[in-house]
Design a protein around this ligand. Structure first.
Ligand code: NAD
Length: 293
C-alpha cells in the first residue's frame, strides 16, 4: 500500500483515484472544484484543502489536469512541498514541450517523474482498464508500474521524458485522419447506392481495415458497440479529438515535421466543433460530410 496524492479529480481523475482506493492505497486528493472534491471523498479519497497539503508525506503524486499550463502551475506548487525522491506522474494529455518542462522541474526538486497520458476515456477510467503511455527514466517507470496497474490494463514505456505524450498525440493523429477517411468512404458508398454492411464486410477484412472501421464503425449497424448505434454519444468526444489534433500540429510545427493530413483533420474537427458538435462522439463527423453536398 502506498501513500498517494491525486491532484485533479474530474471526469478522469475522479474514477482513477477511486480505483487506487479500491486497490488498498491511502489516497489524499485535491481539486480546485469543491463539488468534484466532495464526490471523490464519497469514493474514499481523503480531501485536502490545498495541493501542498495533499502532497505532504506522499510517496507518489499523480496529476490529471486539463492542459500544459495547469500542469506546470500545479507541479511548480506541489514540488515545493514534496519530499525528495517522490515520484510525480502526470496523466493529463498535454503538449510535449510543457511535459518536458515539468520533468525538468521535478529533476530540479530532486524528484522522479513520469508522463503517462491515457487512452480509454471515462469508461476505461471507471473500469480500471486504461492504457498508460509512459515517458521517463527506467527507475521512474519501474516505481510507477504497480500503481498504474491499479487503474489500467496496459502500461507501455515509450522512452525518456515526454515520449508518452509524443506517442499519444501521434496515435491520435492517425485516429483522427483514419476516421475522416472511413467517414468519407461511407458517404461515397451511400451516393453509389452501396449498403453500409456491404462496404463494412469488404473494407473491414481487406486493405481498408483499421480501428476506425473495424471497432468503431461510424454508421449504425455493422459494429453494435460503436457510438453510431447510440446517437453518437461519446465515446471519445469530438472536442477531445480536436484538442489532441491541435497538440499534434503544435508539435509538428515545433519539430519541423510535415503532417498535411493531420493539419487538414484538425481544421475539419475545428469546423465540426464550431457547428456545435464538440460534445458528440468524434465519429459523428460523418454527418458533416453528408451535409456538405
Ligand atoms: P476535467 O475537466 O473533467 O477534470 C480536470 C480537473 O482538474 C477539474 O476538476 C479541474 O477543477 C481540475 N483542476 C484544474 N486545475 C487544477 C489545479 N491547479 N489544481 C487542482 N485541480 C485542478 O477533465 P478530464 O476529462 O478529467 O481530463 C483530464 C485530462 O485527461 C485532460 O488532459 C484530457 O485531455 C485527458 N483525457 C481525457 C479523456 C476523457 O475521455 N475525458 C480521455 C483521455 C485523456
Amino acid at each position: 500500500m502506498a501513500r498517494i496524492a491525486f491532484i485533479g479529480l474530474g471526469n478522469m481523475g475522479g474514477p482513477m483515484a477511486a480505483n487506487l482506493v479500491k486497490a488498498g492505497h491511502d489516497v489524499t486528493g485535491f481539486d480546485l472544484a469543491s463539488t468534484v472534491l466532495k464526490a471523490a471523498a464519497e469514493s474514499g479519497v481523503k480531501p485536502a484543502s490545498h495541493a501542498s497539503q495533499a502532497v505532504k508525506g506522499a510517496e507518489i503524486i499523480l496529476t490529471m489536469l486539463p492542459q500544459g499550463k495547469h500542469v506546470l502551475t500545479a507541479w511548480a506548487d506541489i514540488l515545493q512541498s514534496a519530499d525528495k525522491g517522490t515520484l510525480v506522474i502526470d496523466c493529463s494529455t498535454i503538449d510535449v514541450e510543457s511535459s518536458r518542462k515539468a520533468h525538468e522541474l521535478a529533476r530540479g526538486a530532486g524528484c522522479l517523474s513520469l508522463d503517462a497520458p491515457v487512452s480509454g476515456g471515462t469508461g476505461g477510467a471507471t473500469a480500471g482498464t486504461l492504457t498508460f503511455i509512459a515517458g521517463g527514466s527506467d527507475e521512474s517507470f519501474a516505481k510507477a508500474k504497480p500503481i498504474l496497474e491499479a487503474m489500467g490494463k496496459k502500461i507501455v514505456h515509450c522512452g525518456e521524458a515526454g515520449a508518452g505524450q509524443a506517442a499519444k498525440i501521434c496515435n491520435n493523429m492517425i485516429l483522427g485522419i483514419s476516421m475522416i477517411g472511413v467517414c468519407e468512404a461511407f458517404v461515397l458508398a451511400e451516393k453509389l447506392g452501396l449498403e453500409h454492411q456491404a462496404l463494412f464486410d469488404v473494407a473491414s477484412t481487406s486493405s481498408g481495415q483499421c480501428w476506425s472501421i473495424n471497432s468503431y464503425c461510424p454508421v449504425p449497424g455493422p459494429v453494435p458497440a460503436s457510438p453510431a448505434n447510440n446517437d453518437y454519444k461519446p465515446g471519445f468526444a469530438a472536442a477531445l479529438m480536436l484538442k489532441d489534433l491541435r497538440l499534434s500540429q503544435e508539435a509538428a510545427l515545433a519539430s519541423g515535421a510535415s503532417t498535411p493530413l493531420g493539419a487538414e483533420a484538425a481544421q475539419l474537427y475545428a469546423l465540426f466543433e464550431k457547428l456545435g458538435n464538440g460534445g458528440k462522439d468524434f465519429s459523428a463527423i460523418i454527418e458533416m460530410f453528408r451535409n456538405r453536398e
